[in-house]
Design a protein around this ligand. Sequence first.
Ligand code: URA
Ligand code: CA
Length: 439
Amino acid sequence: MRAVDMILKKKRGEAMSQPEIEALINGFVKGDVPDYQMAAWMMAVCFQGMNGEETAALTDVMVKSGETADLSTLSGIKVDKHSTGGVGDTTTLVIAPLVAACGGTVAKMSGRGLGHTGGTLDKLESVPGVSIELTMEQFLSIVRDTGLCVMGQTADLVPADKLMYALRDVTGTVSSIPLIASSVMSKKIASGADAIVLDVKTGSGAFMQTLPEARALAKTMVDIGSRMGRKTVAVITDMNQPLGMAVGNGLEVKEAIELLSGKLPKTDPLYEVSMLLASHMLVLSELASDEKEAKAKLAAALESGAGLRKLKAMLAALGGDTSCIDDPESLCAVREKRDVYLDEEGYIAAMQAEKIGVAAQLLGAGRATKADSIDPAVGLVMHKRQGMQVSKAEPVAALYINDATHVEDAIAALKAAITVSAEQPNAAPMVYDVITAAE
Ligand code: URA
Ligand code: CA
């Protein structure tokens, strides 16, 4: 079938067969199908969607476009976790050590941050000496020794996604549930895990701004996982405000160390979301029979310090200086700290996580383009969350500054991110739903 016929078929809203999808994607990766035809087809997908069978077939073809990681030499169920991207979302650095401390095997390929969201690799590199450019052998050996390792995606993992994403980015075709779901799941499946826990964010700082959209994306990803033989659970969590209080690479590692040191209250949102995600990882790993048992094991691993020791072991294996475990403040040594005050009094009715991420990015904590470098020590720490009272005399946040060039813009973005009301609003929930394969 010619590419133009497949575009017409999708334009009419008809389902494509597996051989058609395979021919189109392989043709595009080889360069036989030009960008304009691929873009037209993806735009048709944006309007017409794809059914479950088509979406899984697309994911499978994408996985097979490149190399896949072979984790078969590791014993036990290999479990991975993925977040659709958030601000102040440092759960991986909390969860991977806790799951490993409970006997789990976490072999995770991670990405870098872009725009207002952070990436685990950048956070890890804020620890002096850490290198995440590992060979597959080094990666597997660290997982064998410590139970966990995070590395960068290998260059040849899902080349179809790299080519499709670059085209989607410039043709207005990013926001399509089957295209996002196949993009995320192809990378997770190619990374080799047996079980996958997804953290699907919803709210102002997320791809999926509304709960119905987030639920539809979560269901589509869980369905792909099930069809492809991977145990998959999705948790839908809030991204109307940063998850943790810290936004910035070293600052977020510091917050993860503090959490694993038992210094954060159990009501802390980062604690709550981390424990929920980790509990599903333990259940899928068959190391706990249900969420309750899993949470008890995780709490014990936190209290005994076993989770913190796992983080230290991974940092050491990656060549990192582990003195930050006892002195996390060393990760965010900056020239200047500046408090930010609001011009209004009352309660924080709402926050826009994206603008807070942009404020941190303006201070040098994030990249506007892939080529930008980042400063590991800078960023901001929020003192207030949605629902809390604020006065003009109390700072809402502290900025960590090395280069003051864009500080005024960062302060403006931060203030614009916060809406104050006279009446006390209800506190927004952190977790909305859990989607399992049975639903
Ligand atoms: N993240 C991805 O990896 N792919 C998408 O399409 C969107 C977000
Ligand atoms: Ca549910």
